[in-house]
Design a protein around this ligand. Structure first.
Ligand code: ATP
Ligand code: LTN
Length: 338
């Protein structure tokens, strides 16, 4: 993460972020976090806790503060090394908000109106359809473009936002020359859309009160119980078929990502055994996947000073990279240098 390392190696850049809007889930892990870790050696990675995004829905201040610390601990516990990846908090780097304003002026109302996440969230939270919710993807665009990121590892629900970031970068470059690197999303083949265990038509989502979430920090007995209760489908066979058997297919995806087994192998393993044995096995695979993460995160949370030092150093490092881009943007636009 140090400047000397970044300068001598010149690896391509990754940016990604997660909102501290709730505890991280199995969806956050399989859709994104796991890939952040896998890609972290080959790229110069900026992994952010996007607190500015989180306030697009109402947050309880003490909870928000606590979740940011929890999230840093969980990033590290999942295998991200703060000496290699920049693990920081978005509000610590003012350039995000600054570039976001500018890019608001290069993003069209019509483009933002087409964002499915905005449409979803505004129909579900009719009491708080704030302007921030609408311009949310512009802030996300600023996050990505500030670091000249090439790759953005996210789950399937963020695909459209990354495409918008690319379109805005292209538009800006078309006017001012090559200012921004054009980003691409990195979406895993499996695990890009983990569904709720309570309702297989809905994405598992940490800020949804509906339940059906498995959290990274859940204790084994809680995980096993949640899987036992998971919705399945009619018929008793374990077979991958998203249209006919969305519940079982979701569980198969989780099991496959957790164990590395193919769908064929899973079908063979549970042939004739029924849903009960299958759900127990899926639960146990997730217990084993999360056990070392939870234990490491708990140990890290006992050393608050260390976590503070991680995000403080990271913010300095991130700010240097971000300000470089921001200065360039100001100059290109025609702002007077101070
Ligand atoms: P919120 O409920 O507050 O909108 P979220 O649970 O959707 O939050 P985010 O913090 O917005 O989670 O997302 C973090 C990352 O995890 C993103 O890259 C997102 O695509 C991915 N992700 C979140 N939920 C899932 C899921 N159920 N399946 C796959 N990927 C997911
Ligand atoms: N909108 C994303 C979180 C996010 C993000 C980003 C992801 C904010 N800024 C930049 C990738 C790159 C979400 O998961 N809800």
């Amino acid at each position: 993460m140090t400047d000397t390392v970044a300068q001598t190696e010149k690896k391509p850049v990754i940016f990604s972020g997660m909102q501290p809007s709730g505890a991280l889930t199995l969806g956050s892990y399989m859709g994104a976090l796991q890939n952040w870790v896998n890609l972290s050696d080959a790229y110069d990675c900026y992994y952010c806790i996007v607190d500015l995004h989180a306030i697009t829905s109402r947050q309880e201040p003490a909870e928000l503060r606590r979740r940011c610390l929890d999230q840093i601990a969980q990033y590290i516990a999942c295998g991200l090394d703060p000496a290699k990846s920049t693990l920081f908090i978005q509000s610590h780097v003012p350039a995000h908000a600054e570039l976001s304003w500018i890019l608001n002026c290069y993003t069209m109302f019509g483009e933002l109106s087409r964002m499915t996440q905005f449409k979803d969230k505004s129909t579900r939270n009719t009491d708080n359809i704030n302007a921030g919710l609408f311009t949310y993807p512009v802030l996300m665009t600023a996050d990505i473009l500030l670091y000249q990121a090439e790759l953005v590892p996210v789950g399937d629900d963020q695909r459209q936002h990354v495409e918008l970031a690319r379109d805005v970068a292209n538009r800006f470059n078309g006017i001012y020359g090559d200012v921004f690197t054009l980003p691409k999303s990195f979406i895993p083949e499996e695990g890009a859309r983990i569904m709720s265990l309570a309702d297989s038509t809905r994405k598992m989502s940490k800020s949804e009160p509906a339940g059906g979430c498995i959290y990274l920090m859940d204790k084994p007995e809680v995980i096993l119980k949640s899987f036992k209760r998971a919705v399945t489908d009619s018929g008793g066979d374990v077979r991958y078929d998203q249209a006919e058997k969305p519940g079982v297919s979701n569980l198969m995806t989780i099991y496959s990502v957790a164990t590395g087994k193919s769908y064929d192998a899973i079908e063979a393993e549970f042939s004739g055994l029924g849903y009960g044995a299958f759900k127990t096995a899926v639960g146990e695979s997730v217990v084993e996947l999360f056990r070392p993460i939870r234990e490491k995160a708990e140990a890290l949370l006992a050393d608050k000073a260390y976590l503070v030092s991680v995000y403080t150093d990271a913010a300095d490092h991130a700010a240097r990279a971000a300000n470089k881009t921001l200065r360039k943007v100001y100059k290109k636009i025609g702002f007077v240098a101070k």
